[in-house]
Design a protein around this ligand. Structure first.
Ligand SMILES: [Zn+2]
Ligand SMILES: [Zn+2]
Length: 260
């Protein structure tokens, strides 16, 4: 797996099962060039995110691990931060308070509904309407320019719930807004192990992103060490097929690239 990075991983500080050290050792065993930690940070009180009081602990632990393993692997400091419209200033404050290499922006809520964990409200709206609400939030998130990476772009399909109509126009509009924002989209391989049984985003979506020249990175969304770099060979193969030849890297929120 040399020449690859995995920037989307969760530790015990949020909802993952392992500590940073175990994760780094696994990443080294798997031959990654870089491992990035991205524990959940959320302005709403949820059980799956790090407590605000623990943010300095997270920074401290990552700096320690980085120093210890620097000769073997590049350790990157990221967060997966929930976007909420109207709360941009609070988000900006959190981002600026941490020495981050990158910020993944994710939508896990429509209003107060945590739709990727709680299935109770599916069916309340036509799926076309649900998708429109979700992508409206994705567009606002990209346009906020707060984030480096757009997390699991089509996570609204997680439970294999699909729109009634062809929404290609909505995806194309969203891709243009992402391109204009300068954000990178992650190819989140965790989707293959979710009920949708497909990468997030899937092939048709990636083709639209490629047509708009939106850059990508490959991530696992690992919550357990054995999920680090899961399904990466298939992800590289798919990106090649679509026409991608490189992935984006981040250091102190500056971009670089790696050939794939
Ligand atoms: Zn997420
Ligand atoms: Zn995640």
């Amino acid at each position: 797996m040399s020449g690859l990075t995995d920037y989307h991983t969760h530790s015990v500080l949020s909802d993952g099962s392992a500590r940073y050290e175990t994760m780094v050792r696994t990443a080294i065993e798997k031959g990654l060039d870089e491992i990035g930690f991205s524990d959940h940070v959320c302005l709403k009180p949820v059980t799956w995110a790090i407590e605000e009081i623990d943010l300095p602990v997270m920074s401290h632990q990552i700096m320690e691990i980085r120093e210890k393993y620097d000769h073997l692997i590049s350790v990157k400091y990221g967060i997966e931060l929930d976007y909420f419209p109207g709360r941009e200033e609070e988000l900006h404050r959190i981002i600026n308070s941490l020495p981050l290499d990158y910020v993944i922006g994710s939508i896990h809520f429509i209003g107060d509904w945590n739709f990727d964990g709680d299935t109770s409200l599916y069916g309340k709206w036509p799926n076309d309407e649900l998708y429109a609400m979700y992508y409206q939030l994705v567009q606002q998130m990209a346009a906020s320019n707060l984030f480096d990476i757009i997390g699991h772009l089509d996570i609204i399909k997680k439970f294999a719930i699909y729109p009634e109509s062809d929404l290609t126009h909505l995806y194309e509009e969203t891709a243009r807004i992402i391109k204009a924002s300068g954000s990178v989209v992650e190819l989140n391989t965790g989707g293959l192990d979710r009920p949708c049984n497909e990468f997030n985003p899937g092939q048709a979506w990636l083709e639209i992103l490629h047509a708009e020249s939106v850059p990508v990175t490959i991530t696992s969304d690992a919550h357990h060490p054995d999920q680090i770099a899961r399904h990466f060979p298939g992800a590289v193969e798919l990106l090649h097929k679509i026409g991608y030849t490189e992935i984006t890297t981040f250091t102190k929120r500056r971009r670089g690239s790696l050939k794939i």
